[in-house]
Design a protein around this ligand. Structure first.
Ligand SMILES: [Ca+2]
Length: 267
């Protein structure tokens, strides 16, 4: 929890830097209006809380996400849009990338690139992690990697294994968020394909993996298994490919023309 809070603060700082004109040149942008801000937030109980952001690192190439490995190593992992994962150790950005898959990632579109990262809940022991990215052919891709050795600051780029690559329709709306739930399953968010207003109706289409939140069991099967509790597991109208038919966790029937959270996601 402590690491998560630190990651959240850094994310705020990174987003601020990105909004101020960070680009693929790697040139460190200058924050507007000083380096600290004092926003206020209201908790569910209505109590106003104050917090401050503090810049601890910069110079990233269009950072898209930051997280920790949950391994007590005091490291933060920053995703760079072109396809690199960088490490902040304490307040120092390590020179060598944790992972560099720029040769696989297509990032020419503003919303394309390396988008998500999640470490296995037992990462400290097994060294497994997953990333989402848009590939050179724009496919929305989920891939697994491993570290070179336990505790290493470099991943084994040759360990990459693509779990799936969903063809894309437009360069925007690519989703990409990854997270493990308390149930130990990996949750993968899929964008609606793109353009505007979901013109292909993917949010309404049970045969499409776009515009869905997927839940997979990466501790079973090869390369993964479908949880038995999946509510769409045996629906005849869900996806014609039998091996994908029960990946769907939940749908957003109101997706056309808007953005809605899916009510069944965490049931
Ligand atoms: Ca897209």
């Amino acid at each position: 929890m402590r690491a998560f809070s630190a990651a959240g603060l850094v994310l705020l700082a990174l987003l601020a830097l990105s909004a101020c004109g960070g680009d693929s040149t790697g040139i460190e942008p200058t924050p507007r209006g000083g380096e600290a801000a004092t926003p206020t937030a209201t908790s569910a109980g209505g109590t106003a809380a104050q917090f401050q952001t503090q810049r601890i690192a910069g110079g990233f190439a269009r950072p898209t996400f930051v997280t920790s490995a949950g391994d007590g190593s005091n490291r933060l992992f920053v995703l760079e849009k072109p396809g690199r994962v960088r490490i902040i150790k304490g307040t120092t950005v390590l020179d060598q990338s944790f992972l560099d898959i720029t040769s696989l990632v297509g990032s020419s579109g503003n919303e394309q690139g390396l988008l998500g990262l999640a470490f296995h809940p037992d990462f400290e022991k097994n060294g497994r992690f997953w990333v989402t990215y848009t590939a050179k052919n724009a496919a929305n891709t989920l891939a697994e990697y491993r570290v070179s050795s336990p505790g290493s600051n470099t991943a084994d780029a040759s360990s990459g294994k693509v779990l799936f690559a969903v063809p894309d329709q437009f360069p925007n709306h690519n989703g990409g968020m990854l997270a493990f739930g308390p149930d130990g399953y990996l949750y993968v968010s899929m964008g609606d394909g793109g353009s505007a207003g979901d013109p292909n109706g993917n949010g309404q289409n049970l045969s499409a993996l776009l515009a869905k939140l997927l839940r997979i069991d990466i501790n079973s099967g090869d390369p993964y298994a479908i949880p038995d509790s999946n509510p769409f597991a045996k629906r005849s109208d869900a996806v014609t490919e039998s091996d994908r038919a029960d990946e769907l966790l939940a749908l957003a029937p109101e997706a056309r023309g808007g953005y809605y959270l899916v009510p069944k996601v965490l049931e």
